[in-house]
Ligand binder design. Structure first.
Ligand SMILES: *Cc1c(COP(=O)(O)O)cnc(C)c1O
Length: 377
């Protein structure tokens, strides 16, 4: 069976984790800071703060952005529910903006109409690894005094106007996930990148109970002293996970290039097939291909089933977030966005991961081609 995504663990990775296990620290040791420094440097940001997972990182980023009860935030429905859920944790309400028909990214033309006094931030998602229109998002945010948090969980290694996503050139913070299907795996893991020292301080406290060694009250206690300044969580990542992350990150560029190579082969193989669309390309943007989202106008469901019978486990990304029963029951009962729903009806993510072999890819191409012949009569 060939899944849509799969982690790649090398002997080097295993060695790195074994070393961490033999060290003095299992958590909160030197590997966390080393991973953060290497991640910040890879992306071109000043700071990275690592978290227990990408969802915790989003929660931290929204908190640091000042999102609170009664506020609203603008995001896209074409994402994993966590992008929106993290705002719900803070008592804020999502406002879903429709998506571009080809990229599945937030359609920036729809953002201004969603803005009123309650809106505090915009959270675009670089769907599938294709950068969203960040220049426009930043311009709209600046006109309205809003924060920008990029959900870049699909986009480690993606390039926008010559610079890597994660450098926060157009945002206040950028969030990554290190779940095994993502570009770099730590088991569970995530991070927030920023160039703002103040935001970094808030993020560091938030992931560790709101407790810090620095003191707000200038009373000398002694060397043991820590104080809790705000309500935080235990959202820490371990040294064991960061050892894996460091090892994985050192190969990230190669594995993202391999993803691009796989995408180019798919593009060439599927270009001519009627009823099938390959993911779009954009000037000055380089996709990191977390996913390879095909669009099948008619018969997506049949193609999914036919592939599964052949051992090719495709997946659909995503059910628009507001269509989940929880959202339906909490304010989005009859909410609808036409492009997001069209996207959902036709999308199919076929296998895309760096260790996919050429033979496996040819098999996937053969199965998709045959399935398309079946559904188009
Ligand atoms: C994976 C993912 C997340 C959540 O990351 P976890 O590490 O699984 O918590 C959030 N947003 C998007 C778009 C994702 O793909």
């Amino acid at each position: 069976m060939i899944p849509y995504g799969r982690q790649e663990i090398t002997e080097e990775d295993i060695k790195a984790v074994a070393e961490a296990l033999r060290s003095d620290y299992l958590t909160q040791g030197p590997k966390v800071a080393e991973f953060e420094a290497k991640l910040a440097s890879y992306c071109g940001a000043e700071y990275a703060v690592a978290f227990a997972n990408g969802t915790a990182a989003l929660h931290g980023a929204y908190y640091a952005a000042g999102l609170e009860k009664g506020d609203s935030f603008i995001t896209t429905p074409m994402t994993f529910a966590a992008t929106s859920n993290a705002g719900l944790y803070l008592g804020a309400s999502p406002r879903f903006c429709d998506v571009e028909p080809d990229t599945g990214n937030i359609d920036t033309d729809g953002i201004p109409a969603l803005i009123d006094k309650s809106v505090r931030l915009i959270a675009p998602v670089h769907y599938s690894g294709m950068p969203a229109d960040m220049e426009r998002v930043r311009a709209i945010a600046d006109e309205n005094g809003l924060m920008v948090v990029e959900d870049a969980c699909h986009a480690l290694g993606a390039v926008y106007k010559g610079e890597r996503i994660g450098n926060c050139a157009y945002s206040d913070m950028t969030v990554f996930s290190f779940h095994p299907v993502k570009h770099v795996a730590t088991g569970e893991g995530g991070a927030v990148l920023t160039n703002d020292e103040n935001l970094r301080g808030i993020l560091m406290r938030f992931r560790s109970h709101g407790i810090t060694r620095e003191s707000l009250v200038n009373e000398p206690h002694g060397g043991w002293y820590h104080e809790m300044q705000e309500l935080g969580y235990n959202y820490r990542i371990t040294d064991i996970q960061c050892a894996l992350g460091i090892s994985q990150l050192s190969r990230a560029e190669n594995s993202i290039n391999r993803r691009r190579q796989i995408a180019a082969r798919y593009d060439a193989a599927f270009n001519e097939i009627k009823g099938l669309k390959t993911p779009p390309h954009r000037e000055e943007r380089l996709n990191a291909y977390h996913l390879y989202p095909l669009r099948i106008e008619n018969g997506r469901r049949e193609v999914y089933d036919l592939l599964r019978e052949k051992g090719v486990y495709a997946q659909v990304h995503y059910l628009p977030v507001y269509m989940h029963p929880y959202y339906r029951a909490n304010g989005f009962e009859s909410f609808t966005l036409p492009e997001a729903e069209k996207y959902y009806k036709s999308e199919l993510s076929i296998p895309m991961f760096p260790s996919l072999t050429d033979e496996e890819q040819e098999y996937v191409i053969k199965c998709v081609t045959e399935a398309m012949q079946c559904v188009s009569g």
